[in-house]
Design a protein around this ligand. Structure first.
Ligand code: FES
Ligand code: FES
Length: 175
């Protein structure tokens, strides 16, 4: 089947198998390997991209279902040499370690901030609960998203992760 999808601002047209997943299309057909595969079962969020501005797990969408849509992957988030503010915040707040979850986490955060420009800590944790990270304990990811929204993160440096609100995504040990 032929699909036409605008990926990172560029219209792409290919013949694909009807069963091809969007994540496979992005990685294997377009070579956009910034979109990772963690579980293939819609659990981890490593494959998150923006579809018409909303975050989706691209292992849960067939390429043919994305016909006519706009997809943004991590490769398309920066404006030229200018990183997206969420990318900058992840770097400044040390919101990553191995980086495997990071493309999906950043795109999920971009979508979250579109819907909720000044989220609370709880809203960030709830908004990102579909994205798993094995490394960071989530604390610095939450800080990065709050920082990207223009809010102070100083208070999060003075409390144990999860001490203010009940945890909604995995949290690291007390420091
Ligand atoms: S690879 Fe898609 S959710 Fe894990
Ligand atoms: S930084 Fe390693 S999985 Fe999140």
């Amino acid at each position: 089947m032929q699909v036409t999808i605008t990926v990172n601002g560029e219209e792409r047209r290919h013949d694909v198998e009807p069963r091809l997943l969007l994540v496979q299309y992005l990685r294997e057909v377009l070579g956009l390997t910034g979109t990772n595969i963690g579980c293939d079962t819609s659990s981890c969020g490593a494959c998150t991209v923006l579809l018409d501005g909303e975050s989706v797990k691209s292992c849960t969408v067939l390429a043919v279902q994305a016909e006519g849509s706009r997809i943004t992957t991590i490769e398309g988030l920066a404006e030229g040499d200018e990183w997206h503010p969420v990318q900058v915040a992840f770097r400044e707040q040390h919101g990553l370690q191995c980086g495997y979850c990071t493309p999906g986490m950043v795109l999920a955060a971009v979508s979250l901030l579109e819907e909720c420009p000044r989220p609370t800590e709880r809203q960030v944790r709830e908004g990102l609960e579909g994205n798993l990270c094995r490394c960071t304990g989530y604390h610095n990811i939450v800080k990065a998203v709050l920082a990207a929204s223009g809010q102070s993160v100083a208070v999060l440096d003075t409390v144990r992760p999860g001490a203010v609100h009940a945890p909604t995504i995995g949290e690291g040990p007390a420091s």
